[in-house]
Each structure stands twice: as structure tokens, then as C-alpha cells.
Design a protein around this ligand. Structure first.
Ligand code: PMV
Length: 325
């Protein structure tokens, strides 16, 4: 049996603008995980080529159990398997194998569930084949599967999940892991509304085509926030101001720009407002938007009041994480 896991992720700053070349910051969330387990199956009683032979994909969270050879070419899990064999120039094995995928990462909620499941699968398969992969290789294989899910992904999800550390990311460039001078605490609150990233990314693209100048200006403003946040997080302080206040203000500005891009929704706005009112230093949506999750920046002093406020305001799940721990 071979097992591999991958974390979820949050985008701290820069979603959507990152698709158009602006920088973004993202961090892994190890409190949620995807796991792939590869189990060799006993030979079929009917001999080689029987119906139980071959590779079986058992995607438990979505209730799907199917053979690799029956999967369509746009199935991301099947693509992850085929691409991994192709990466090593190996034919798809004749071994009978069950590949079981399990995940505690909510689906279509901006926490990178698709990329995490594929990352775990690619790693487990590479280990099974005795060809461990570098983070960069895993990331580039998973990027191909992300294209099937999202159309035109920037590559940030596969990067932060495959590297498993906070990254400063610019599309098409090698990711830069960043240091976190003082670890900071986030609450991640789920609206419970699934929101496929492909749709919000497509809507932003269509809106930008109508008003290119206005959208480019907003993307640049988001990029400036991401750069400023990177410096602040790496240095850990700003002269004359407290770290959390400054970082929180940047998060709230980023949220306002995402609202203007048209990717927020009343549920996200309510959670962000309630978090701030209960003492969060800042709050923003994270990921594709129009549902999924939002982030609130808290301290040990404000955490429990903000958590309670988020739950009262309708959050379906609240996860605590520390960036840079
Ligand atoms: O997969 P999500 O929902 O976390 O969103 C990814 C971030 C976007 O910038 C909206 C899209 C992308 O490809 O970068």
C-alpha cells in the first residue's frame, strides 16, 4: 500500500488579478488534507483482462468508482494518472491497482480541493513507481489537470499545494517561497455555497473585455496590495503601526477590490463584516469568490469572539490556521 497526502490552501492576496500577471500570495492549510492510497489488487479469478483487472479510481467523497480505461479524457483524476506515467515515459501499468482518494477539503470552495486530490494522487503513484518527483514536477503535472477543471488557471493552486509552503506567485514564473517573520492566525469561514472557479474567472474575463482599462486598473491595485503584504509579512512590522492592523487593512482593501471585480456575494460580505465587527483586524474572500470561503485575521485575544460571530452569521464551518508556523 502506498499513501501520499496534500494540504488545502488559501489565497492570502491577489486572486483573479493573478490570472492577468499580477502577483499573489498563498499558503497551505494543513488542517484539511487530501489523501491518495494505492492498493495492489489480487489477480482476477477470471485471469488477466477480467473486469476487475486494471486501475480502479475510487473517489470516495464524490461517490465515484470507475476504471481508468473507462474515464473520459477530461477527467482530472484519470489525467493525473496518465500524465504521471507519461512523465516517466512508462506505459500504463498492467498491475491491478485501486487508487482511493479521500479528502477533508470542501469541494468548490476556494480551498484547492481539486489540486490537492491530484497532488496526492500524483505523489502516491510516483512513489509506487519508485520515481519520487520534485515539487516542481508535481506542480507541473497537476497544472495540466487544473486546466481541465478551471479552463485558464494561473497555476497558483497547484504551486502552493505541491510546494506545501507559503509562496509569492507570478503566473509563468518560478514560485518564490516567502518567510513569515511572525506567524499569524486566520479563521477560514465557509459560506457553504459551492462556487466553481471556472465561472467566476470566466465572468471576470468577459467583464474585462467590455471595460479593459477599468479592470486593468483594479488588477494593478490588487497587485500593489500583494507586493506590500509580502514585504510586511517578511519584515513583520511597520513603523508606527501594529502588524495585524496593517495586514488586516490590506486584506480588507483587497476584499473591496474583489467586490468591485464582481466576485463577492452577500454571504461573503456579511461574514467579512461580522468578523471585523467582532474584532478581526481584516477580512477578505479567498479564491474564486461568489461563495466558498473567506479569511479573517485574528489574534489569540480576538479568535473566539470572531469565531462565534462567524458561526452566528451563518458560516457552515470555521477552520483555524496559522500562516508561517
Ligand atoms: O481555486 P480557487 O477558487 O482557490 O481560485 C483560484 C484563484 C483564481 O485567481 C480565482 C484563479 C486562478 O487560476 O488563479
Amino acid at each position: 500500500m502506498t499513501t501520499a497526502s496534500a494540504p488545502g490552501k488559501v489565497i492570502l492576496f491577489g486572486e483573479h488579478a493573478v490570472v492577468y500577471g499580477q502577483p499573489a500570495l498563498a499558503a497551505p492549510v494543513t488542517q484539511v488534507q487530501a489523501t491518495a492510497t494505492l492498493t495492489p489488487l489480487p489477480p482476477s479469478p477470471t485471469g488477466r483482462g477480467g473486469r476487475s483487472e486494471g486501475i480502479w479510481i475510487d473517489a470516495r467523497d464524490v461517490g465515484r468508482h470507475y476504471r481508468l480505461e473507462d474515464a473520459s479524457s477530461d477527467d482530472p483524476l484519470a489525467a493525473a494518472i496518465r500524465l504521471t506515467f507519461a512523465h516517466f515515459n512508462l506505459p500504463i501499468t498492467d498491475d491491478s491497482l485501486r487508487m482511493t482518494l479521500e479528502s477533508t477539503i470542501p469541494i468548490a470552495s476556494g480551498l484547492g480541493s481539486g489540486a490537492a486530490v491530484c497532488t496526492a494522487l500524483v505523489r502516491a503513484l510516483a512513489n509506487y513507481l519508485n520515481h519520487p518527483l520534485t515539487n516542481a514536477e508535481v506542480s507541473s503535472i497537476v497544472f495540466e489537470t487544473e486546466k481541465l477543471l478551471h479552463g485558464t488557471p494561473s497555476g497558483i493552486d497547484n504551486t502552493v499545494i505541491a510546494y506545501g509552503q507559503p509562496v509569492y506567485f507570478v503566473k509563468g514564473q518560478s514560485p518564490i517561497p516567502f518567510n513569515v517573520a511572525h506567524p499569524f492566525q486566520l479563521l477560514i469561514a465557509d459560506t457553504g455555497l459551492p462556487s466553481p472557479t471556472k465561472i467566476t474567472v470566466g465572468d471576470v474575463r468577459a467583464a474585462r473585455e467590455k471595460e479593459p482599462e477599468r479592470y486593468e486598473q483594479m488588477f494593478r491595485a490588487i497587485g500593489d496590495i500583494a507586493r506590500e503584504a509580502r514585504t510586511l509579512i517578511e519584515i513583520g512590522q511597520t513603523p508606527g503601526a501594529r502588524f495585524a492592523e496593517t495586514l488586516g487593512a490590506l486584506m480588507s482593501c483587497n476584499h473591496a477590490l474583489l467586490q468591485q471585480l464582481g466576485v463577492s456575494c452577500p454571504e461573503l460580505d456579511i461574514l467579512a463584516e461580522c468578523a471585523r465587527a467582532a474584532g478581526a483586524a481584516g477580512a477578505k474572500l479567498s479564491g474564486g469568490g461568489r461563495g466558498g470561503n473567506m479569511l479573517a485575521l485574528v489574534t489569540p485575544e480576538t479568535e473566539s469572539a470572531v469565531r462565534a460571530a462567524l458561526e452566528m452569521a451563518g458560516a457552515k464551518r470555521v477552520i483555524g490556521t496559522v500562516v508561517g508556523e
